[in-house]
Unconditional design. Structure first.
Length: 331
Protein backbone atom coordinates (compact mmCIF):
# COMPACT_ATOMS: atom_id res chain seq x y z
CA UNK A 1 0.00 0.00 0.00
CA UNK A 2 2.89 2.34 0.86
CA UNK A 3 6.54 1.97 -0.10
CA UNK A 4 9.51 4.18 0.65
CA UNK A 5 12.38 3.48 -1.72
CA UNK A 6 15.65 4.95 -0.38
CA UNK A 7 13.88 8.17 0.57
CA UNK A 8 15.93 11.14 1.77
CA UNK A 9 14.67 14.53 2.79
CA UNK A 10 16.59 17.71 3.53
CA UNK A 11 14.97 21.03 4.27
CA UNK A 12 16.34 24.19 2.68
CA UNK A 13 18.76 25.76 5.17
CA UNK A 14 18.40 22.74 7.51
CA UNK A 15 21.53 21.12 8.95
CA UNK A 16 21.66 17.35 8.69
CA UNK A 17 19.05 15.61 6.57
CA UNK A 18 15.69 14.98 8.26
CA UNK A 19 15.57 11.53 6.61
CA UNK A 20 18.38 9.50 5.03
CA UNK A 21 17.80 6.55 2.68
CA UNK A 22 14.63 5.35 4.36
CA UNK A 23 13.18 2.17 2.83
CA UNK A 24 10.07 0.48 4.12
CA UNK A 25 6.91 -1.19 2.89
CA UNK A 26 3.47 -1.11 4.51
CA UNK A 27 1.10 -3.89 3.43
CA UNK A 28 -2.64 -3.33 2.85
CA UNK A 29 -4.61 -3.74 6.07
CA UNK A 30 -1.53 -3.50 8.27
CA UNK A 31 -1.08 -1.29 11.34
CA UNK A 32 2.45 0.02 10.95
CA UNK A 33 4.14 2.04 13.69
CA UNK A 34 7.08 4.40 13.40
CA UNK A 35 8.74 5.12 16.72
CA UNK A 36 11.45 7.66 17.37
CA UNK A 37 12.52 10.42 19.74
CA UNK A 38 11.75 14.06 19.04
CA UNK A 39 13.59 15.20 15.92
CA UNK A 40 14.06 11.64 14.60
CA UNK A 41 12.13 12.49 11.42
CA UNK A 42 8.71 10.96 12.17
CA UNK A 43 6.59 13.95 11.08
CA UNK A 44 8.66 14.33 7.94
CA UNK A 45 8.08 10.66 7.14
CA UNK A 46 4.32 10.83 7.61
CA UNK A 47 4.02 14.10 5.64
CA UNK A 48 5.77 12.46 2.70
CA UNK A 49 2.95 9.90 2.52
CA UNK A 50 0.22 12.45 1.77
CA UNK A 51 2.42 14.71 -0.30
CA UNK A 52 2.67 17.56 2.23
CA UNK A 53 6.44 17.19 1.71
CA UNK A 54 8.36 16.02 -1.34
CA UNK A 55 11.41 13.75 -1.07
CA UNK A 56 14.84 15.18 -1.92
CA UNK A 57 15.83 11.71 -3.12
CA UNK A 58 14.18 8.33 -3.63
CA UNK A 59 10.51 7.56 -4.20
CA UNK A 60 7.36 7.37 -2.10
CA UNK A 61 4.64 5.22 -3.71
CA UNK A 62 1.14 5.23 -2.17
CA UNK A 63 -1.61 2.99 -3.52
CA UNK A 64 0.21 2.76 -6.85
CA UNK A 65 0.99 6.48 -7.23
CA UNK A 66 4.46 8.04 -7.12
CA UNK A 67 3.50 10.89 -4.78
CA UNK A 68 6.11 13.35 -6.08
CA UNK A 69 4.84 12.94 -9.66
CA UNK A 70 1.23 13.89 -8.83
CA UNK A 71 -0.19 17.22 -10.00
CA UNK A 72 -2.67 19.33 -8.03
CA UNK A 73 -5.67 17.17 -9.05
CA UNK A 74 -3.75 13.94 -8.39
CA UNK A 75 -2.73 15.14 -4.92
CA UNK A 76 -6.30 16.08 -4.11
CA UNK A 77 -7.45 12.60 -5.11
CA UNK A 78 -4.63 11.04 -3.06
CA UNK A 79 -5.65 12.98 0.05
CA UNK A 80 -9.19 11.63 -0.27
CA UNK A 81 -7.67 8.13 -0.09
CA UNK A 82 -5.31 9.03 2.78
CA UNK A 83 -6.95 10.46 5.91
CA UNK A 84 -4.97 11.96 8.79
CA UNK A 85 -5.48 12.64 12.48
CA UNK A 86 -3.33 14.91 14.62
CA UNK A 87 -1.98 15.30 18.14
CA UNK A 88 -3.88 18.57 18.63
CA UNK A 89 -6.94 17.43 16.63
CA UNK A 90 -6.91 20.45 14.21
CA UNK A 91 -10.69 20.96 14.37
CA UNK A 92 -12.44 24.07 13.08
CA UNK A 93 -13.54 25.88 16.26
CA UNK A 94 -16.29 27.86 14.51
CA UNK A 95 -18.01 24.72 13.21
CA UNK A 96 -20.09 22.19 15.12
CA UNK A 97 -19.04 18.57 15.47
CA UNK A 98 -21.28 17.66 12.51
CA UNK A 99 -19.94 20.66 10.56
CA UNK A 100 -16.35 19.49 11.09
CA UNK A 101 -17.13 15.95 9.92
CA UNK A 102 -19.16 17.20 6.93
CA UNK A 103 -16.46 19.66 5.87
CA UNK A 104 -14.38 17.33 3.64
CA UNK A 105 -17.57 15.99 2.05
CA UNK A 106 -18.84 19.49 1.18
CA UNK A 107 -15.35 20.32 -0.12
CA UNK A 108 -15.57 17.27 -2.40
CA UNK A 109 -18.93 18.50 -3.76
CA UNK A 110 -21.01 15.70 -2.28
CA UNK A 111 -24.80 16.33 -2.49
CA UNK A 112 -26.26 17.78 0.74
CA UNK A 113 -28.61 14.86 1.46
CA UNK A 114 -25.71 12.43 1.24
CA UNK A 115 -23.53 14.71 3.39
CA UNK A 116 -26.18 14.56 6.12
CA UNK A 117 -26.60 10.79 5.95
CA UNK A 118 -22.88 10.10 5.83
CA UNK A 119 -22.11 12.52 8.70
CA UNK A 120 -24.70 10.81 10.91
CA UNK A 121 -23.22 7.42 10.08
CA UNK A 122 -19.66 8.61 10.87
CA UNK A 123 -20.70 10.17 14.19
CA UNK A 124 -22.40 6.90 15.14
CA UNK A 125 -19.25 4.96 14.29
CA UNK A 126 -17.13 7.06 16.68
CA UNK A 127 -19.84 7.19 19.37
CA UNK A 128 -20.67 10.92 19.09
CA UNK A 129 -24.26 10.88 17.80
CA UNK A 130 -25.45 12.97 20.76
CA UNK A 131 -22.74 15.59 20.25
CA UNK A 132 -23.53 16.61 16.64
CA UNK A 133 -24.53 20.19 17.49
CA UNK A 134 -21.79 20.86 20.08
CA UNK A 135 -18.69 22.92 19.32
CA UNK A 136 -15.11 21.64 19.78
CA UNK A 137 -14.62 23.86 22.86
CA UNK A 138 -17.42 21.94 24.60
CA UNK A 139 -15.69 18.56 24.15
CA UNK A 140 -13.08 16.56 26.09
CA UNK A 141 -9.77 15.69 24.40
CA UNK A 142 -10.93 12.16 23.65
CA UNK A 143 -14.16 13.43 22.10
CA UNK A 144 -12.21 15.92 19.98
CA UNK A 145 -10.03 13.11 18.67
CA UNK A 146 -13.17 11.10 17.83
CA UNK A 147 -14.35 14.05 15.73
CA UNK A 148 -10.91 14.10 14.08
CA UNK A 149 -11.25 10.41 13.29
CA UNK A 150 -14.79 10.78 11.89
CA UNK A 151 -13.61 13.66 9.71
CA UNK A 152 -10.61 11.64 8.49
CA UNK A 153 -12.95 8.78 7.52
CA UNK A 154 -15.43 11.01 5.67
CA UNK A 155 -13.91 10.46 2.22
CA UNK A 156 -13.69 6.68 2.79
CA UNK A 157 -9.88 6.54 2.77
CA UNK A 158 -7.86 3.36 2.37
CA UNK A 159 -5.09 4.70 4.62
CA UNK A 160 -5.26 6.49 7.97
CA UNK A 161 -2.20 8.42 9.14
CA UNK A 162 -1.99 9.03 12.90
CA UNK A 163 0.41 11.79 13.92
CA UNK A 164 1.03 11.33 17.70
CA UNK A 165 -2.76 11.03 17.90
CA UNK A 166 -2.84 10.08 21.59
CA UNK A 167 0.08 12.14 22.91
CA UNK A 168 -2.19 14.87 24.29
CA UNK A 169 -4.56 12.41 26.00
CA UNK A 170 -4.63 10.81 29.47
CA UNK A 171 -3.92 7.05 29.71
CA UNK A 172 -7.55 5.95 29.92
CA UNK A 173 -8.60 8.06 26.94
CA UNK A 174 -5.51 6.87 25.05
CA UNK A 175 -6.68 3.30 25.62
CA UNK A 176 -10.15 4.10 24.21
CA UNK A 177 -8.84 5.92 21.15
CA UNK A 178 -6.35 3.12 20.39
CA UNK A 179 -9.17 0.61 20.67
CA UNK A 180 -11.24 2.64 18.21
CA UNK A 181 -8.27 2.77 15.82
CA UNK A 182 -7.82 -1.01 16.14
CA UNK A 183 -11.51 -1.58 15.40
CA UNK A 184 -11.34 0.62 12.30
CA UNK A 185 -8.40 -1.43 11.09
CA UNK A 186 -10.29 -4.68 11.61
CA UNK A 187 -13.76 -3.62 10.48
CA UNK A 188 -12.87 -1.39 7.53
CA UNK A 189 -9.61 -3.10 6.51
CA UNK A 190 -8.01 0.34 6.83
CA UNK A 191 -4.22 0.49 6.47
CA UNK A 192 -2.84 2.53 9.37
CA UNK A 193 0.49 4.28 9.78
CA UNK A 194 1.05 5.80 13.18
CA UNK A 195 3.97 7.76 14.48
CA UNK A 196 4.70 7.96 18.17
CA UNK A 197 7.45 8.36 20.74
CA UNK A 198 5.81 5.77 23.03
CA UNK A 199 6.52 2.04 22.79
CA UNK A 200 3.29 1.41 24.67
CA UNK A 201 1.23 2.76 21.77
CA UNK A 202 3.13 0.54 19.34
CA UNK A 203 2.70 -2.48 21.59
CA UNK A 204 -1.06 -2.01 21.86
CA UNK A 205 -2.05 -1.61 18.23
CA UNK A 206 0.73 -2.19 15.72
CA UNK A 207 1.54 -5.28 13.67
CA UNK A 208 5.00 -4.06 12.68
CA UNK A 209 7.23 -1.17 13.66
CA UNK A 210 10.15 0.78 12.26
CA UNK A 211 12.53 2.43 14.73
CA UNK A 212 13.78 5.81 13.53
CA UNK A 213 16.91 7.49 14.89
CA UNK A 214 18.53 10.58 13.44
CA UNK A 215 16.55 10.23 10.21
CA UNK A 216 17.54 6.60 9.62
CA UNK A 217 15.58 3.40 10.11
CA UNK A 218 17.73 1.47 12.61
CA UNK A 219 15.41 -1.51 13.03
CA UNK A 220 12.22 -2.89 11.46
CA UNK A 221 10.25 -5.94 12.49
CA UNK A 222 7.11 -7.37 13.96
CA UNK A 223 6.16 -5.68 17.20
CA UNK A 224 6.73 -8.96 18.99
CA UNK A 225 10.28 -9.30 17.64
CA UNK A 226 11.30 -5.70 18.31
CA UNK A 227 9.65 -5.57 21.71
CA UNK A 228 10.90 -8.90 23.01
CA UNK A 229 14.32 -8.78 21.42
CA UNK A 230 15.34 -5.25 20.50
CA UNK A 231 18.47 -5.30 18.33
CA UNK A 232 19.37 -1.60 18.22
CA UNK A 233 20.37 0.61 21.16
CA UNK A 234 17.51 2.96 20.25
CA UNK A 235 14.89 0.19 20.38
CA UNK A 236 16.35 -1.06 23.69
CA UNK A 237 15.92 2.40 25.18
CA UNK A 238 12.27 2.60 24.13
CA UNK A 239 11.63 -0.92 25.39
CA UNK A 240 13.23 -0.23 28.79
CA UNK A 241 11.12 2.90 29.10
CA UNK A 242 7.99 0.91 28.28
CA UNK A 243 9.01 -1.64 30.96
CA UNK A 244 8.88 1.14 33.50
CA UNK A 245 12.66 0.91 33.97
CA UNK A 246 14.60 4.17 34.07
CA UNK A 247 16.68 4.64 30.93
CA UNK A 248 19.80 4.78 33.19
CA UNK A 249 19.04 1.11 33.84
CA UNK A 250 21.18 0.49 30.80
CA UNK A 251 24.13 1.88 32.86
CA UNK A 252 23.92 -0.19 36.05
CA UNK A 253 26.57 -2.76 36.99
CA UNK A 254 25.88 -6.34 36.22
CA UNK A 255 23.83 -7.61 33.38
CA UNK A 256 20.39 -6.22 32.63
CA UNK A 257 18.00 -8.90 31.45
CA UNK A 258 14.31 -8.94 30.70
CA UNK A 259 12.44 -12.04 31.76
CA UNK A 260 9.25 -12.79 29.88
CA UNK A 261 6.78 -15.12 31.49
CA UNK A 262 4.00 -16.65 29.46
CA UNK A 263 1.49 -19.33 30.26
CA UNK A 264 2.42 -21.66 33.13
CA UNK A 265 5.82 -20.12 33.78
CA UNK A 266 4.03 -16.97 34.96
CA UNK A 267 2.92 -18.68 38.16
CA UNK A 268 6.09 -20.49 39.30
CA UNK A 269 8.05 -18.96 42.21
CA UNK A 270 11.24 -19.11 40.20
CA UNK A 271 13.18 -15.94 41.14
CA UNK A 272 14.14 -16.98 44.67
CA UNK A 273 14.96 -20.54 43.63
CA UNK A 274 17.33 -19.39 40.89
CA UNK A 275 19.01 -16.87 43.22
CA UNK A 276 19.57 -19.56 45.87
CA UNK A 277 20.86 -22.15 43.44
CA UNK A 278 23.26 -19.91 41.53
CA UNK A 279 24.29 -17.33 44.15
CA UNK A 280 23.22 -14.51 41.85
CA UNK A 281 21.92 -11.26 43.35
CA UNK A 282 19.21 -9.50 41.47
CA UNK A 283 17.62 -6.10 41.68
CA UNK A 284 14.31 -5.34 40.05
CA UNK A 285 14.49 -2.35 37.70
CA UNK A 286 10.98 -2.57 36.31
CA UNK A 287 8.16 -4.94 35.68
CA UNK A 288 4.61 -5.19 34.49
CA UNK A 289 1.90 -7.39 33.14
CA UNK A 290 1.47 -6.50 29.49
CA UNK A 291 -0.57 -7.40 26.50
CA UNK A 292 0.88 -7.70 23.03
CA UNK A 293 -2.36 -6.96 21.22
CA UNK A 294 -4.49 -9.82 22.63
CA UNK A 295 -1.82 -11.99 24.36
CA UNK A 296 -1.15 -11.38 28.08
CA UNK A 297 2.35 -11.86 29.41
CA UNK A 298 4.46 -10.74 32.37
CA UNK A 299 7.83 -9.09 32.19
CA UNK A 300 10.47 -8.26 34.75
CA UNK A 301 13.55 -6.22 34.06
CA UNK A 302 16.36 -7.30 36.40
CA UNK A 303 19.99 -6.55 36.93
CA UNK A 304 21.95 -9.74 37.72
CA UNK A 305 25.30 -9.62 39.52
CA UNK A 306 27.61 -11.93 41.51
CA UNK A 307 27.39 -15.71 41.51
CA UNK A 308 27.04 -17.64 38.28
CA UNK A 309 25.04 -15.33 35.99
CA UNK A 310 25.31 -17.69 33.01
CA UNK A 311 23.90 -20.53 35.08
CA UNK A 312 21.04 -18.32 36.30
CA UNK A 313 20.13 -17.38 32.72
CA UNK A 314 20.29 -21.03 31.65
CA UNK A 315 18.12 -22.01 34.63
CA UNK A 316 15.45 -19.42 33.75
CA UNK A 317 15.42 -20.62 30.15
CA UNK A 318 15.18 -24.27 31.22
CA UNK A 319 12.08 -23.30 33.17
CA UNK A 320 10.36 -21.86 30.09
CA UNK A 321 11.10 -18.22 30.90
CA UNK A 322 12.32 -16.19 27.97
CA UNK A 323 15.49 -14.22 28.78
CA UNK A 324 16.48 -11.25 26.64
CA UNK A 325 19.76 -9.53 27.32
CA UNK A 326 19.14 -5.81 27.47
CA UNK A 327 22.78 -5.01 28.24
CA UNK A 328 25.93 -7.13 28.25
CA UNK A 329 28.12 -7.54 31.33
CA UNK A 330 30.19 -4.52 32.34
CA UNK A 331 28.10 -1.91 30.48
P1 LIG B 1 9.97 14.28 14.66
O1 LIG B 1 8.59 14.31 14.09
O2 LIG B 1 10.48 12.89 14.85
O3 LIG B 1 10.12 15.12 15.90
P2 LIG B 1 10.67 15.94 12.37
O4 LIG B 1 10.36 15.20 11.12
O5 LIG B 1 9.70 16.98 12.82
O6 LIG B 1 10.95 14.90 13.55
O7 LIG B 1 12.08 16.65 12.23
C1 LIG B 1 13.25 16.00 11.76
C2 LIG B 1 14.32 17.04 11.53
O8 LIG B 1 13.96 17.89 10.46
C3 LIG B 1 14.58 17.93 12.73
O9 LIG B 1 15.96 18.18 12.81
C4 LIG B 1 13.79 19.19 12.40
O10 LIG B 1 14.39 20.32 13.00
C5 LIG B 1 13.90 19.25 10.89
N1 LIG B 1 12.72 19.88 10.26
C6 LIG B 1 11.44 19.43 10.34
N2 LIG B 1 10.61 20.23 9.64
C7 LIG B 1 11.37 21.23 9.11
C8 LIG B 1 11.10 22.38 8.28
N3 LIG B 1 9.87 22.64 7.84
N4 LIG B 1 12.16 23.15 7.98
C9 LIG B 1 13.41 22.88 8.39
N5 LIG B 1 13.73 21.84 9.16
C10 LIG B 1 12.73 21.01 9.54
Amino acid sequence: MITFEAVSKSYPGGGRAALTEVSLAVAPGEVFGVIGASGAGKSTLIRLINGLEKPSGGRVVVDGDDVAALGVEGLRALRRRVGMIFQHFNLLSSKTVAGNVAFPLRLAGVAEAEVKARTAELLARVGLTDFATKYPAQLSGGQKQRVGIARALATEPKVLLCDEATSALDPETTEQILELVSNLNRELGLTIVLITHEMDVVRRVCDRVAVLDGGRVVETGTVEAVFLHPASATARRFVLEADGAPSEAAMVDGRVVRLTFRGEATYRPILGAVARETGVDYSILGGRIHRLRETPYGQLTLSLAGGDVEAAIARFRADGVRVDLVTEAGR
